[in-house]
Design a binder for this molecule. Structure first.
Ligand code: MF3
Ligand code: CO
Ligand code: CO
Length: 277
């Protein structure tokens, strides 16, 4: 199976799906407060995707080989949970950090994005981890242009995170995306410059580094999905879906509520879609 390149018409569809996924996070943002359960967030997201957006929540019943069907419409990964946390009836409390990962299917196209939220008052360490992971994601995105290689992205993310004393999860990676949720290529968040596939215009993939405050080792929590840090240290993740353009990249998962892009991201090599509407 090769990497599928998206046409201009495909990208028009993917822009819509990507913006819708980001808008789900915008909608959820004011609700992410102490006392709400992740199951309540899941219901808000599910109903918004289905009833307001006319879309499909891709995670619901998603069952890759070797997995039980995923039972909810979003992923909510709290504190030492790395990814794929399943919404439940426990209330968020002040000081928690939570990743909310949303994937919307619209007209057959997938848009996949996640953000970190600090619930109530977060510790300095928690806020630092979230902020540095956001920066790490954008450092990776900034490398995207024709002729660059996937290893350049991973290297930029890994060297930055490790210089800050953080660690990169190896077992999960970004992925091609389109008509399917997970396509080729795998986008590792560590690696060596000048290695792996060369980026060409029309490639669409996610960049979604999982960064741990402690050691990089993980384990599965026992529900078939939730991944946690072995040392129970905090973990953060951010995710965007990007397309390689002729001159650089375009981020497909921006919307009015997207956090500000870091100052080091210059408009020179990038066309960042100023998502409104
Ligand atoms: N959205 C996740 C990703 O970024 C995948 C979640 S799979 C699910 O690839 F089934 F847990 F939703
Ligand atoms: Co993804
Ligand atoms: Co995702």
């Amino acid at each position: 199976m090769a990497i599928t390149l998206k046409t201009a018409a495909d990208l028009a569809g993917m822009r819509i799906a990507g913006r819708l996924a980001s808008q789900v996070l915008d909608m959820l943002t004011p609700h992410v407060r102490p006392g709400i359960s992740t199951e309540q967030l899941d219901k808000l997201a599910h109903d918004h995707i289905v009833q307001v957006q006319g879309g499909i929540p891709a995670p619901l019943n998603y069952a890759p080989p070797g997995y039980v069907p995923y039972p909810k419409s979003i992923c909510t990964s709290i504190n030492h949970q790395v990814c794929h946390g399943i919404p439940n009836d426990r209330a968020l409390k002040s000081g928690d950090i939570v990743n909310i990962d949303v994937t919307v299917i619209k007209d057959g196209w997938h848009g996949d994005t996640s953000r970190m939220f600090v619930v109530g008052e977060g510790s300095i360490a928690a806020r630092r981890l979230c902020a540095l992971t956001y920066e790490a994601m954008w450092l990776g995105i900034s490398r995207v242009r024709p002729g660059a290689r996937l290893g350049d992205i991973g290297h930029a993310i890994q060297t930055f995170a490790e210089r800050q004393g953080l660690s990169i999860v190896r077992e999960f990676c970004g992925h091609g995306i389109g008509r399917k949720f997970h396509e080729e290529p795998q986008v590792l968040h560590y690696g060596k410059p000048g290695t792996l596939d060369e980026l060409v215009p029309g490639m669409v993939f996610t960049i979604e580094p999982m960064v741990n405050a402690g050691r990089r080792e993980i384990r599965e929590a026992g529900d078939g999905w939730t991944i946690v840090t072995r040392d129970r240290s905090l973990s953060a993740q951010w995710e965007h879906t990007v397309v390689v353009t002729e001159t650089g990249y375009e981020v497909l998962t921006l919307s009015a509520g997207s956090p500000a892009v870091p100052a080091f991201v210059t408009p020179v090599s990038s066309v960042v879609q100023p998502a409104t509407v």
